[in-house]
Design a protein around this ligand. Structure first.
Ligand SMILES: [Zn+2]
Ligand SMILES: [Zn+2]
Length: 407
């Protein structure tokens, strides 16, 4: 929740000398009153009257519709363009995203793009983790911080999307309707309007708010950093469980163009599964995936970096460290050779693709030859990926020998 506001206030960097910007009363009242009702009236009513199973089911359905509209819609579709979606799906995201009461997609995405561009910067990242857990979770929405200003210069593509533009223009009306009509309607259908308003209206909103806010707060504080340690983003499987897969935030910050956050098939990422399922029925297409080789490379880079740091700490006088240094040098040479070959193969691959398009007709023998070359290229790509995977295992082993924590 944010409101339109002037952007001339000084930044509060947490130091005691700076004056804090004024409080934004509307979001402050909404966050605190809904939380208060969830902690008092919701359990009291449940104790006195009880909630039906039907209400519980709709609570979960509405909660997931909100959450997935934020993660698959606001985040992976509109903020990062990781796939394309049919207008029906975009409309669904616009309606249920508004129900989540986290501002219009345009405001949300433009802020989120700034978060990625200036991650951790205390002045330009709207929810910089460097300003603390509270600030990155909710504090950034409670005061008129300049870093959260509504500047859409980085979201011109979204302003051209008619559904995003429509949702932004009528955001308040859509958000109010989507927060009142469904709880009342479902409550009326199930013969318990007050119960519907309490758990589908209020409790759903509070749970939806704070689970999504975890991505900005906890996912920058708690978890592992296997892909990059250049920023505070973390991978955390437990958090992924509560955030529709967004807990794999370390991967996401390095590969923001990939529609997956939990990149491994077994990682809990319902947002990825929804986007995938959409492709089967024609609601989504052009899903972007980072090549596996680049992912292995990122993991290896972090492993090498950690190994180098440990080695530096051990010093050169240690014999085991000297031995390890020579192993590491060999591995690094191997990695450089593989990278060079991979880059050359990519160039060859693109050239073949452009050749194929530039020639209208093809002789059969030429086509066959090309297909054979493509297969050979593909095999070599796979071999190189495998080589990197093995190298990661060797590095893990070397690291374990020195009683280090593998990356
Ligand atoms: Zn993102
Ligand atoms: Zn982040």
């Amino acid at each position: 929740m944010q409101s339109d506001r002037p952007t001339n206030h000084s930044i509060d960097d947490g130091s005691k000398n700076t004056v804090k910007p004024p409080i934004l009363w509307l979001p402050a009242i909404i966050f605190s009153s809904t939380m208060l009702i969830s902690l008092t009236l919701v359990p009291w009513y449940g104790y006195e009257q009880g909630y039906s199973w039907g209400l519980g089911l709709f609570f979960l359905l509405f909660l997931w519709a909100n959450g997935l509209s934020i993660t698959a819609g606001y985040h992976r579709l509109w903020s990062h363009n990781t796939y394309k979606a049919h207008p029906i799906l975009r409309l669904f995201f616009a309606l249920f995203g508004a129900a989540a009461l986290q501002n219009s997609a345009l405001v949300w995405c433009s802020g989120h793009r700034r978060h990625h561009r200036y991650v951790d910067d205390i002045e330009q990242d709207p929810y910089s983790a460097k300003k603390g857990l509270w600030f990155s979770h909710i504090g950034w929405m409670l005061r008129e911080y300049d870093s959260a200003c509504d500047d859409f210069s980085n979201a011109k593509d979204l302003q051209r999307d008619p559904i995003v533009a429509w949702q932004h223009k009528h955001y308040l009306a859509i958000a109010i309707c989507m927060n009142i009509a469904p709880p009342v309607l479902i409550g009326w259908m199930l013969g318990d309007i007050v119960g519907g308003l309490l758990i589908i209206g209020v409790l759903r909103l509070v749970v939806s708010h704070h689970t999504t806010f975890f991505i900005n707060s906890l996912a920058h504080f708690w978890g592992k950093q296997p892909y990059t340690d250049e920023n505070t983003a973390r991978d955390n499987g437990l958090l992924a469980f509560f955030t529709y897969g967004e807990g794999y935030h370390n991967f996401h910050h390095l590969f923001q163009n990939d529609y997956r956050n939990g990149v491994r098939w077994w990682q809990f990422d319902p947002t990825k599964w929804l986007i995938n399922a959409g492709a089967w029925v024609g609601l989504t297409k052009d899903l972007c995936r980072v090549p596996d080789f680049k992912i292995h490379r990122a993991l290896l880079d972090v492993q090498f970096k950690r190994a180098e740091q440990t080695l530096a700490a051990l010093g050169t006088s240690n014999e085991r460290a000297m031995q390890w240094r020579s192993h590491l040098d060999t591995e690094y040479q191997q990695l450089t050779a593989n990278m060079n070959e991979w880059n050359a193969l990519r160039q060859q691959w693109y050239k073949q693709k452009s050749d194929r398009f530039s020639e209208a007709t093809q002789e059969l023998s030429k086509e066959l030859q090309r297909k054979w070359e493509q297969t050979a290229l593909h095999t070599r790509f796979k071999e190189l990926e495998y080589a990197l995977k093995m190298q990661r295992k060797r590095l893990n082993y070397l690291t374990a020998q020195l009683n280090l924590q593998p990356g």
